[in-house]
Design a protein around this ligand. Sequence first.
Ligand SMILES: NC(=O)c1ccc[n+]([C@@H]2O[C@H](COP(=O)([O-])OP(=O)(O)OC[C@H]3O[C@@H](n4cnc5c(N)ncnc54)[C@H](OP(=O)(O)O)[C@@H]3O)[C@@H](O)[C@H]2O)c1
Length: 337
Amino acid sequence: MRAIVLTAHGGPEVLRISRAPDPIAGPEDVLVEVRAASVNRADLAQRQGHYPQPGPAPAHEIPGLDFAGTVCAVGPRALRHRVGDRVFGLLAGGGYAEKVAVHERMAMPTPPALSDEQAAALPEAYLTAFDALFAQAGLRPGEAVLVHAIGSGVGTAALQLGRWAGATVYGTARSADKCRRAEAMGAAFAVDMAAPGADFAAAVSAANAGRGVDVVLDLVGAGYLARNLAALAPRGRMVTLATVGGRHAELDLGVVMAKRVRLTGSGLRGRGIEEKIALSQAFERQALPAFGPPDGAVPARLWPVVDRVLPWTEAAEAHRVLEAGEAFGKVVLRVGG
Ligand SMILES: NC(=O)c1ccc[n+]([C@@H]2O[C@H](COP(=O)([O-])OP(=O)(O)OC[C@H]3O[C@@H](n4cnc5c(N)ncnc54)[C@H](OP(=O)(O)O)[C@@H]3O)[C@@H](O)[C@H]2O)c1
């Protein structure tokens, strides 16, 4: 098969389409002809040599945490899908390739309303947000959630899932344009952190009669920690998912105790297969039926936010776009051709 292989670690120019061995499907796996894969922040870190795929180093390092395509073979003990079925799902790596082999329970049926490009935008972004909001933070209807980097792939997914679950969603981004776009998607408001004097903690407190938010989904990191604590309501929960804004920060344990808040961290890629299967299947059961074109329905429907689709020959451009912060939502690669 052909795949986008990292010829070295470095800038977007190290992404090259070359030959790689076909993946070997195990007895419970399905082999999928990939039509689309999306680009995630983690791919940029992997390309730079900072975030290797878990497990033994593969002979060909192929980035890509998600895929969408068509089943082309099934293992002898795989019963869930047939050849020709459209499926999509999560990977620990290897998605920028013409073929992937995945456990049959990691492959979710692609809803007919979604194109392969749209389905490829879902797994990493939506499963991360779904797990963080509901399994980690226990977000409930009527609560308020603050989503940082709300214009990111994970951020736009969290905005949709939060609204779908009946929560009030606030956000932050580093541009007025991304803030307005998040508000157009249903955020109560988003704070432009590039504006002088921007203070999301004061803004969400003022909006909630001084109470703050029940949940903070932190896609930024250390630089926001003190203000996150200030923004949390008593018994609030914060889930840390990223360190783009720094890893090390001072923590006021007095505030942690006084507000009785819960601070949690979460990572998806390094989890074992059973945990990933459980998450994929929970998402498939609970959230996937809610996907459909936006039509003003209440509760809100879910629909992937795709900034742009590029042919995989333009993978370097796709990485550049994400790195430059130019995307709102997901950048997707059309694989093959
Ligand atoms: N822990 C996990 O399991 C997990 C899983 C998936 C993703 N993530 C993390 O979640 C984040 C979003 O992932 P993605 O793939 O959706 O990424 P993405 O679409 O590339 O978005 C990255 C976001 O990071 C923001 N950002 C970058 N540097 C920043 C800084 N110094 N200060 C504030 N914001 C900054 C950008 O904000 P602006 O739009 O405001 O410029 C951008 O929206 C990434 O950091 C990624 O590593 C974690």
